[in-house]
Design a protein around this ligand. Structure first.
Ligand code: G3P
Ligand code: MG
Length: 240
């Protein structure tokens, strides 16, 4: 079974990383959600891709400089279209409450590679257990130190290592780090690399595949998850 991860929700059509984009992803046939977590000045985990709010809201500044109360006042939808103007930056807990009502998988990407948010790994893991979601969750990050920290906190939490390209024998690296999965940029994969990774029993969840031609190629290649802005396209191809 290939997991159809909606990248930042159904972000090809709806404002990324909003409850609307997550809910629509579910309706459109996604079987998983990929989203990005950062932290407010008062330590609340919130879902937004950039370290700054500038690109996807009506205000400017770093997420880390807003309190949760203040960041909730921002409009996280109108940057895409006026019809989305009441969308807010969700808290991680808000997403988990939604996910308790369905069977979606979660790929939570810790944005711990630019800003070192204090104790973000611990907070994320505690929150996942609070909602009893560990079985359906895989954490990922471009910061592999952060992933190792997660494993040290809880050896049962699953981790995936994000990378863009050029890792030699990535399956060996994944084993060395203790990761269950690799999360490569899709251009860095070919049949031989996929075979190598699979031969060591490591999962592959690749990003961000928006073109049907590549989706078909990856469906045939036997990888485990495809992260896409268009879960509806992938849903059709998977024929589920
Ligand atoms: O997790 C896959 C993908 O989201 C990684 O890159 O920049 O879209 O968060 P980015
Ligand atoms: Mg991401």
């Amino acid at each position: 079974m290939i997991i159809n991860y909606a990248h930042r929700g159904a972000s090809g059509t709806y404002p990324e990383n909003t409850m609307l984009s997550f809910e629509k992803a579910f309706e459109l046939g996604a079987s998983g959600i990929e989203t990005d977590v950062q932290m407010t000045s008062d330590g609340v985990l919130v879902l937004i891709h950039d370290e700054r709010v500038d690109r996807t809201t009506d205000r400017i500044g770093f997420v880390k400089d807003y309190t949760y109360n203040d960041i909730r006042k921002l409009d996280a939808g109108s940057w895409l279209s006026d019809e989305f103007q009441n969308q807010r930056i969700p808290s991680f807990e808000e997403l988990l409450i939604f996910m308790k009502g369905n069977n979606l998988f979660l790929n939570l990407e810790l944005k711990s590679n630019i800003i070192q948010y204090p104790y973000i790994e611990k907070k994320v893991i505690e929150t996942i257990y609070k909602y009893d979601m560990a079985d359906r969750t895989i954490l990922s990050s471009f910061n592999h130190y952060s992933m190792v920290k997660c494993k040290e906190i809880d050896k049962n939490i699953k981790i995936g290592l994000l990378y863009m390209s050029g890792l030699y024998r990535p399956e060996h690296y994944a084993k060395f780090v203790g990761a269950e999965a690799l999360h490569p940029y899709f251009y860095s994969l070919n049949e031989e690399i996929i075979r190598g990774i699979k031969s060591e029993g490591i999962l592959i969840n690749t990003f961000t595949v928006n073109d049907e031609k590549y989706m078909e190629m990856f469906i045939d290649s036997g990888i485990d998850g495809i992260i896409t802005n268009y879960p509806e396209k992938l849903y059709k191809l998977l024929g589920v």
